[in-house]
Design a protein around this ligand. Structure first.
Ligand code: FES
Length: 169
């Protein structure tokens, strides 16, 4: 027998995305990851209030949902910037000076690692080896690798992105 679909009982009744999501999926625990993928893609992160309504909808404890969100790196608890800049601080990159690149990034964007700029454009992260040690030191922008990097290279990439965003306004 087909399971009855639950109504979205989230506080924000105007959230059409959530209403549609709860219509598309049956309230089965096996749907959790796929639903989280859609939430991450739509909001750019997995907000706490959405974890709560997912918990009610799927009848899965909040702690379990939180555990899944924090286990997989593709899910985020905080809003992410349009450009996620990750500096590799793995051994090969670190010995070639990647910490200086990270310091410069923090200095220029005026945020700390793990934070996003107020304009929503940039998020800073550190990574541990992206598998490009031969190109050390390395940083990535939305997964695109910049090898044999330097503070100057970072400045150039940042300037280009900032300029691109200015042009788009
Ligand atoms: S340590 Fe940086 S890519 Fe491997």
């Amino acid at each position: 027998m087909e399971k009855e679909k639950k109504q979205c009982n989230c506080k924000n009744k105007k959230d059409l995305f959530l209403e549609k999501l709860f219509q598309e999926y049956l309230p089965e625990k096996d749907n959790l990851i796929q639903m989280l993928n859609e939430v991450q893609e739509h909001y750019g992160y997995v907000p706490m209030h959405v974890q709560k309504v997912l918990s009610e909808f799927l009848n899965v404890p909040m702690a379990e949902i939180y555990g899944v969100v924090t286990f997989y790196s593709r899910f985020s608890l905080e809003p992410q910037g349009k450009y996620k800049i990750s500096v590799c601080l793995g051994t090969a990159c670190f010995v070639k000076g990647s910490q200086k690149i990270m310091d410069r990034l923090v200095d220029r964007l005026k945020i700390k690692e793990g934070e996003t700029t107020k304009d929503g454009l940039f998020t800073i992260e550190q990574t541990r080896c992206v598998g490009a040690c031969g190109l050390a030191p390395v940083f990535t922008v939305n997964g695109e690798v910049y090898g044999r990097a330097s503070v100057q290279k970072l400045d150039q990439v940042l300037d280009e992105l900032i300029e691109k965003e200015k042009q788009a306004k």
